[in-house]
Design a binder for this molecule. Structure first.
Ligand code: ADP
Ligand code: ASP
Ligand code: MG
Length: 454
């Protein structure tokens, strides 16, 4: 069995969906299980219209709803043929989902309040629609596809908008819902990113970009032979090609390094993707759905160790500093400090300590005010919001010191607010001004991989 996940751009329209169908067809002998994202841009559109509705701008929100209806129905016609039974049936199902979306928007406009739970109910509609559309299209292409409602298999806790999957429940559900289908040579097709709360069945989502995470969890649940993440670039590259146009393909990379890259901005993989797969040693491939013949990137346990594999970067990071001469980092201080972040379900990315202060960065600032107010009980607190992170990732960064020297030399003149080398020595991270992330990535890339900026 293998899990194939198609991201938003790989199912963006009829043409892309047909390409995805051909990829699935080429793997029928390997027992594929398919996970799809919403059509590209749809999740953003859904979240925006939810916000608009909750602010009372119902007309605008409903216009956006109708735009989504048109887009999906137009793709259904292109894929299934206008007027055919398949098209009528699929269009009726899609339309019913859009009607439900319109009702939700109306309810939000009346309530004037947008809860994480209602955001999830709305965001989930993108994947519900794309999975329906893909099933119908794949069947038309001769793939024996069967729709499986991800809410029946992706069982999570109730932390809406970034729900935590419950692996034991997911495994049990996958055994009953997916395995019999695969045994009968059918191809289960599910929406990624969405799930439901254990026992209550209320809809949840796994956080933005969560389709990758779904694929990896399903892969682990069925003990797949491989997980293929199909996207719009040739694989994991030495940097984001939107920032560094001459970035190169990485043929093979270690799980650990891929996971660091994902956490520090390489959007090509959701940061949590690797964990479930790594536990079982399942290889993860990142492949280009527009060029399926490419070899892509293979993410495995035993990849070649290079000084530097790639450069990543992330914007909109907050740098929090907690200091007090009083505390002198007494024992228990760090525990108290991190408990505050844990209580607020906010993860810390980079940490540096001195005898009298701790500096750390957070990516998700939604709970920052509450965190800061708790931190003030521990010492003097300051926060710098317009920061970014650049990371140099590679298996042997710390060996010899030459790599670190080269990285710092490349950043000459850039204000580095904080620097950290992970204990495993695979990630050198620097906090810089937000507007310096892009140039810093370009300079680091040029220093380690040559090219236009060398
Ligand atoms: P999908 O819709 O398939 O999930 P995403 O937009 O989430 O696709 O991720 C693919 C994008 O990730 C690419 O278009 C690319 O711009 C970006 N990206 C960032 N860093 C990297 C990297 N190191 N290698 C490849 N792609 C990267
Ligand atoms: N559709 C979701 C998003 O845009 C999940 C995903 O694409 O992985 O965040
Ligand atoms: Mg993605």
């Amino acid at each position: 069995m293998i899990v194939l996940k198609f991201g938003g751009t790989s199912v963006a329209d009829a043409e892309a969906i047909e390409r995805a169908g051909r990829i699935v067809a080429s793997r029928l002998d390997r027992g594929p299980i398919v996970v799809v994202s919403a059509l590209s841009g749809v999740t953003n559109a859904l979240l925006a219209l939810a916000e608009q509705a909750a602010k009372g701008h119902l007309i605008g929100a409903l216009r956006a709803v109708e735009g989504l209806r048109e887009r999906h129905l137009a793709q259904a016609e292109l894929l299934l043929g206008a007027g055919t039974d398949e098209c009528n049936e699929t269009s009726a199902e899609l339309s019913a989902m859009i009607d439900e979306l319109a009702h939700l928007a109306e309810a939000l406009a009346t309530l004037g309040d947008l809860t994480p739970r209602s955001l999830d109910a709305i965001a989930a509609i993108g994947e519900k629609m794309s999975s329906l559309l893909c099933v119908a299209a794949f069947c038309k292409q001769g793939v024996p596809a069967v729709h499986v409602d991800s809410c029946d298999v992706m069982i999570t806790d109730a932390a809406h908008t970034r729900a935590e999957p419950l692996p034991d429940e997911i495994s049990a559900a996958c055994r009953t819902a997916l395995l019999p289908l695969v045994r009968k040579k059918k191809v289960p097709v599910m929406g990624g990113f969405i799930g439901s709360v254990k026992d209550t069945g209320v809809i949840t989502t796994l956080g933005r970009g969560g389709g990758d995470y779904s694929a990896s969890l399903f892969g682990a649940a069925v003990k797949a032979d491989a997980i293929e993440i199909w996207t719009d670039v040739d694989g994991m590259l030495t940097a984001d090609p939107r920032v560094v146009p001459d970035a190169r393909l990485i043929a093979q990379i270690a799980f650990e390094e891929a996971s660091e890259l994902a956490s520090f901005g390489a959007k090509v993989l959701h940061p949590n993707t690797i964990a479930p797969a790594v536990r079982l040693g399942i290889p993860v491939y990142v492949l280009n759905s527009r060029r399926p013949e490419g070899a892509g990137t293979k993410i495995t346990f035993d990849a070649p160790k290079r000084a530097v594999s790639a450069i990543a970067g992330k914007n909109n990071v907050s740098l929090v500093k907690v200091g007090s001469p009083r505390m002198l980092l007494t024992e228990g201080f760090l525990r108290a400090l991190f408990e505050i972040f844990e209580r607020n379900r906010t993860s810390v990315d980079v940490v540096a300590t001195s005898e009298v202060s701790v500096s750390l960065t957070v990516d998700d600032a939604s709970r920052l005010e509450a965190i800061l107010s708790d931190l003030r009980e521990l010492g003097d607190v300051s926060v710098e919001r317009a920061r970014g992170i650049v990371a140099v990732v590679g298996g042997a960064i710390s060996e010899g010191g030459e790599t670190m020297a080269r990285a710092l030399a490349a950043l000459g003149g850039v204000h580095v607010h904080m620097l950290s080398l992970s204990a495993t020595g695979i990630n050198l991270t620097m906090v810089v001004d937000d507007d310096q992330v892009k140039p810093a990535m370009q300079r680091l890339h040029a220093a380690f991989f040559g090219g236009a900026n060398a």
